[in-house]
Design a protein around this ligand. Structure first.
Ligand code: NI
Length: 136
């Protein structure tokens, strides 16, 4: 069920908001406000010590980097209960991209992502927090 609400805003703030959502491609304010609220709820999920959420780690590394592949595989196996899926892409002759999807309590996922990204030889690592979609 959808309920309607009214919001009072300073004119300047509203103008800035309209500019922002136009740049982001929203066709109306309601959809933009809904997304902002969902974003805040997801932020809370990530701060909570328990509960379940999902995220993805992107790693770029050279497959010939000393022992890196072994270390990565070792860590992935020891954390199998948190790793939902991995995708390996051979980018070119030397570089690999690995996308690792994690599932579990937010704080644990962040810690695991940090461990993955800090493996010696990883050229670039990025963690993208997501949401299960259940509470939004
Ligand atoms: Ni590869």
């Amino acid at each position: 069920m959808v309920e309607r609400i009214g919001i009072s805003l300073e004119r300047d703030l509203l103008r800035r908001f309209d500019r922002l959502i136009r740049r982001k491609g929203y066709s109306n304010r309601s959809e933009a406000v809904r997304d902002l609220i969902r974003e805040k709820i997801i932020e809370q999920e990530w701060a909570a010590p328990a509960g379940e959420t999902v995220g993805a780690v992107f790693l770029i590394y050279e497959h010939e980097a000393m022992h890196l592949s072994e270390k990565l595989t070792q860590l992935e196996h020891s954390e199998f209960h948190r790793i939902v899926s991995t995708l390996h892409v051979h980018m070119d002759q030397d570089n690999c991209l690995e996308v690792i999807v994690l599932r579990g309590p937010g704080r644990e996922l962040k810690r695991l992502a940090d461990r993955l990204i800090s493996i010696r030889g990883v050229k670039h690592g990025q963690f993208v927090p997501g949401a299960t979609g259940r509470r939004i």
